[in-house]
Design a protein around this ligand. Structure first.
Ligand code: BTN
Length: 325
């Protein structure tokens, strides 16, 4: 009922009488009043005026299941929405749900993670109220080797969402860090379960730093947040919904060819490493050279003294020779 009342108030943007709400939902005036109180407690500015009813004024950064459900405009992502105030890791939760048969497009979103996971076994700072922590469950029908390209697709979706919501133009550090002012504002962790030549499921975990103003000492030089890059206040529900919508767009393009042929150009335009000196470490054959962009498999083409090398993502790390990017 909370979701329905919120939707009516959002769609109307004018006074809706208590009587109308009661009749529409088939409940008592007291029941409607209780829900209005709950919505006000969630942070909505709802005016209640005798003889006129209720009117939703502009609200702040309300991040609840109802707000996100009302903001999502996707076809399939988040139709099964799992919204949690606190979880260890949205990726863990999505994995658990996947094992229980949750459908493709299941979206797990949390206000706070107590044990957010980063790549290479690192932890991910995920305090409450400070970010968008979300994981998307996919059940794709392609070979496991294609899955590493999905992180690049996700980076494109995040870049697009940040631009739409804040106007900020971020860049991508290959393969999947989203960068603002030369620091990381978003990380993506893709995990999957496979068997021989098929994928059971893939989980794309996305963490966007929204309100964090102070980072732990160890990552202060490399991490940033939207709050540190813009004065504009960001609504997390709007940002999460924009990522979901952009994902549908870019993933749709990916599925047309099962590779990045149709996305390469957009990706390379946003690639912060492009034409910069990079050092690739962690792979069997590390190298130093100038990054020239990705190919349709999502590999980074690095011009080295020995010639052009195609570097696969996975366990490699790419750094600028003078710093993080
Ligand atoms: C990285 O190290 O760059 C990847 C960070 C991924 C963080 C996100 S937050 C939502 C999802 N749940 C997790 O535990 N991790 C990912």
């Amino acid at each position: 009922m909370k979701e329905k009342i919120l939707k009516i108030l959002k769609d109307t943007r004018d006074y809706v009488s208590g009587q109308e709400l009661c009749e529409h939902l088939g409940v008592s005036r007291t029941a409607v009043w209780k829900v209005i109180r709950q919505l006000q407690e969630d942070g909505y500015a709802i005016e209640a005026v005798r003889n006129r009813g209720y009117c939703l004024r502009e609200s702040g950064d309300v991040f609840t299941r109802e707000e996100l459900a009302a903001t999502l405009s996707t076809d399939w992502v988040g139709r099964n929405l799992v919204f949690l105030d606190l979880v260890d890791s949205t990726n863990n939760k999505a994995r658990h749900l996947a094992e229980q048969g949750a459908p493709e497009g299941t979206l797990v979103v949390a206000v706070e993670q107590s044990a957010g996971k980063g790549r290479r076994g690192r932890s991910w700072v995920s305090a409450g109220g400070d970010g968008v922590w979300m994981s998307l469950l996919l059940r794709p029908d392609f070979m496991p080797e294609c899955a590493s390209m999905l992180t690049l697709v996700a980076a494109l979706a995040v870049e697009e969402a940040i631009r739409q919501v804040t106007g900020l133009k971020s860049r991508i550090k290959w393969p999947n860090d989203v960068i603002l002012n030369e620091k990381k504002v978003c990380g993506i962790l893709t995990e999957m379960s496979t068997e021989m030549e098929s994928i059971h499921y893939v989980i794309i975990g996305i963490g966007i730093n929204v309100g964090i103003r102070e980072f732990p000492e160890e990552i202060r030089n490399v991490a940033t947040s939207l709050a540190l890059c813009t004065e504009k206040s960001v609504k997390r529900a709007e940002l999460a919904a924009a990522v979901a919508k952009a994902w549908e767009h870019y993933y749709g393009r990916f599925l047309q060819t099962m590779d990045l042929s149709l996305l390469m150009e957009a990706y390379n335009e946003r690639l912060i490493n492009r034409d910069r000196q990079v050092k690739v470490t962690g792979s069997a054959a590390g190298c130093t050279g100038i990054a020239r962009g990705i190919n349709k498999k999502g590999e980074l083409l690095v011009e080295t003294e020995e010639g052009l090398k195609a570097v696969m993502s996975g366990e490699v790390s790419v750094r600028g020779i003078y710093g993080y990017v």
